[in-house]
Design a protein around this ligand. Sequence first.
Ligand SMILES: Cc1cc2nc3c(=O)[nH]c(=O)nc-3n(C[C@H](O)[C@H](O)[C@H](O)COP(=O)(O)O)c2cc1C
Length: 330
Amino acid sequence: MEGLLDARLRAVVTRAADYDWCVSEFVRVTGSLLPARSFLKAAPELRAGACTPAGTPVRVQLLGSDPERLAENAARLLALRPAGIDLNFGCPAPQVNRHRGGAVLLAEPSLLHDIASAVAAASGGRVPVTAKMRLGIRDTSLAIEAAQALAEGGAEMLVVHARTRDQAYRPPAHWAWVARIAAAVRIPVVANGEIWTLDDYLRCRAESGLVDVMLGRGALADPFLACRIRDWLAGRQGPREEGAWARLLPMIAEYWQRVRLEVAPRHAPGRLKQWLNLLQRHFPEADRLFRTVRGESDPIAIDATISALDAQSAAGGPVDHHQSRGSDSG
Ligand SMILES: Cc1cc2nc3c(=O)[nH]c(=O)nc-3n(C[C@H](O)[C@H](O)[C@H](O)COP(=O)(O)O)c2cc1C
């Protein structure tokens, strides 16, 4: 997820739960052949066997509209041995859509076909080529045609974000539409959108008829959600809610450490706040921590807040945000 789920956060969340694979932020392909560093920036894991430190394979996402340029860039990417190539036909951002990238291409099924076919040919079966789509731009009238074009072009799997572009990220997600798409193509389909809890997963499964889902924001709001789903599928008791926050604190501390090492100090607090903002949907403690750091722009003050919390959790004591330094701006 562009600007949100980068390699640092992937490293942390893929250790909390077992994922089949994950996807990098998108690499935008326009007129030129990109240098290797463009792919490495989006997916530094390419330097380490295209896996996160926990061993989760990382597929690299490309976004663009020119089949030939995409194929050329896919060939260059392949030299870096990604775990797969994913094609983005879901991005709703106006500045991306204006330049014919992302969801806006859903109006042109024949172009989708040509893109999938050019990139699949470049891959030559070396890695899976997958595509991520929405249900359409303004309406769903071309949803089936778009999915079929991608499948016939050579996409091996489709991830369907069950909303149109104009529905942006507003609930609900229309999971029943994913069932209609799955019935219309011969490749595996994965449902995506608005899965925040095990109950959401179960409802998505009932409405889409699919077992496989892709988690987006839900995996960041509750990093144990994938465990809850896997445990339910295996008939096991899921991770206990009690103690989950204490298990999460070292992960937050690790993420903050990674951000501190690699992100400019003026941008570092924002990265942490973005994750806490999602975590607070599931963890009341994250809400308190978010409010503690919300007004803080000094990374050194945040260092103190996070390390105090981490130390308290390591000592097994109560985790009290107000004992740590940092402005509680309420
Ligand atoms: C901040 C943000 C950035 C995103 N960036 C991407 C992206 O680069 N590529 C992509 O395929 N989807 C991207 N998405 C969409 C998500 O992958 C996912 O399809 C969408 O959020 C719906 O799933 P969810 O409700 O589980 O989050 C992004 C979503 C958000 C909120």
